[in-house]
Design a protein around this ligand. Structure first.
Ligand SMILES: *Cc1c(COP(=O)(O)O)cnc(C)c1O
Length: 389
């Protein structure tokens, strides 16, 4: 029905634009856990809410359409979506996974899957040669995250998909940082798209949710069976919150991305900033690949100050962003990977990956970019006075 509309319009005008029964312009929240069956030997569309619920289904249909897939699945968190998708694997299988994968995924692969006989190898996914070299006979899955966290490294999705298909492997992409507004991996041949909908898709730092999308019918059926078996489904109030957030996804990301680019340019010119990581900068090593496979660089960037003391001074002075883990919200969020997302990683390992004690990650929100620049300018002045004299 909405096939010809642009992404922006599809966010609002889809099958759930209004409720057929009442005309209500917001998806009804169906709390029922069970559904009356009208005939003694036939089930209706719904029987039990773990297996299917109309509110959750509205979100599942919405994300499937936006990603260009056929089936969507909503989970209680991003990690529930990711963990359930990993259950497509079996004992004896091997996973090739990007070395700068999200911390929770790292934990799942290294401390849970390994106990079930599923082996893994971490690779620099930006290096296709290294990917090809590490595919084994029992490799069944190649797992990507692009741009990656926190250094915004860019993986050539089609390059990896080509290697995967030649070796009969599935491909997953964690699309949390860009959302289908900016990157649609299924169109590039990927098998499963995963999301922490906690971030940009819902967008207001007020709900935990995860999503998965497939295009292939048989794979969709297998993932549905796993969602129903494992049971980590999204509650209906939370499904409604994600649906509500989705309506403004395009306008939020457009505004935040524009500000992120302005801030990246500002930081790159500042004497006290050693390095800026943002795929919208022409000197970013992944700039060409990113520009080719996406519709924009997104709203997350990282930048490096001289050392931990400089970070301490900066964070103590800066006023607008909240200092917290997470990203993808209406308010700007500043985080310190060395002591937050990557605190568990040994220092040498962290440094080898470029995650220094001076690195900060910024998820740009909807504040005026002039206010953000004024705030950052003042905070950087404070750094200058205390650390560099
Ligand atoms: C937050 C995040 C996750 C995990 O999602 P939760 O909703 O916190 O479980 C996975 N991948 C990425 C890239 C994330 O940022």
């Amino acid at each position: 029905m909405s096939g010809n509309y642009s992404f922006q319009t599809k966010l609002l005008h889809n099958r759930h634009k209004f409720d057929e029964g009442t005309g209500a312009v917001s998806v009804p929240i169906q709390h029922a856990s069970t559904f009356h069956q009208k005939e003694f030997d036939k089930f209706g569309s719904y029987d039990y809410s773990r297996s299917g619920n109309p509110t959750r289904e509205a979100l599942e249909e919405a994300i499937a359409e936006l990603e260009g897939g056929t089936r969507g699945f909503a989970f209680s968190s991003g990690m529930a979506a990711i963990s359930t998708a990993f259950l497509l694997l079996s004992k004896g299988d091997h996973v090739l996974i990007t070395e700068d994968v999200y911390g929770g995924t790292y934990r799942m692969v290294t401390s849970v899957l390994n106990r079930f006989g599923i082996d893994h190898t971490f690779v620099d996914m930006t290096n296709l040669h290294e990917v090809a070299l590490n595919i084994k006979d029992n490799t069944k899955l190649i797992y990507m995250e692009t741009p990656s966290n926190p250094l915004l490294k860019v993986t050539d999705i089609q390059g990896v998909v080509k290697l995967a298909k030649a070796n009969n492997c599935l491909t997953f992409v964690d699309n949390t940082f860009l959302t289908p507004a900016l990157q649609r991996p299924l169109e590039l041949g990927v098998d499963v798209v995963l999301h922490s909908a906690t971030k940009f898709l819902s967008g207001h730092s007020d709900v935990l949710a995860g999503l998965a999308v497939t295009k292939d019918e048989e794979l969709g059926n297998r993932l549905y069976a796993l969602q129903n078996s494992f049971g980590a489904v999204l509650g209906v109030q939370d499904a409604w919150l994600v649906l509500r957030g989705l309506k403004t996804l395009h306008v939020r990301l457009e505004q935040s991305s524009k500000s992120a680019k302005t801030l990246a340019d500002f930081l790159q010119k500042h004497d006290l900033v050693e390095k800026v990581y943002y795929p919208g900068l022409t000197d970013h090593p992944g700039y060409a690949v990113h520009s080719y496979q996406t519709d924009g660089p997104g709203a997350v960037l990282s930048f490096e100050l001289k050392n931990e003391e400089a970070v301490r001074q900066f964070v103590n002075r800066v006023k607008i962003p909240v200092f917290a883990v997470s990203l993808g919200a209406v308010e700007s969020i500043l985080s310190y990977p060395a002591k937050m997302s990557h605190a568990a990683m040994p220092r040498e390992e962290r440094y080898k990956r470029g995650i220094t004690d001076g690195l900060l990650r910024l998820s740009v929100g909807l504040e005026s970019v002039d206010d953000l620049i004024a705030d950052f300018t003042e905070a950087l002045q404070a750094v200058e006075q205390s650390v560099f004299i």
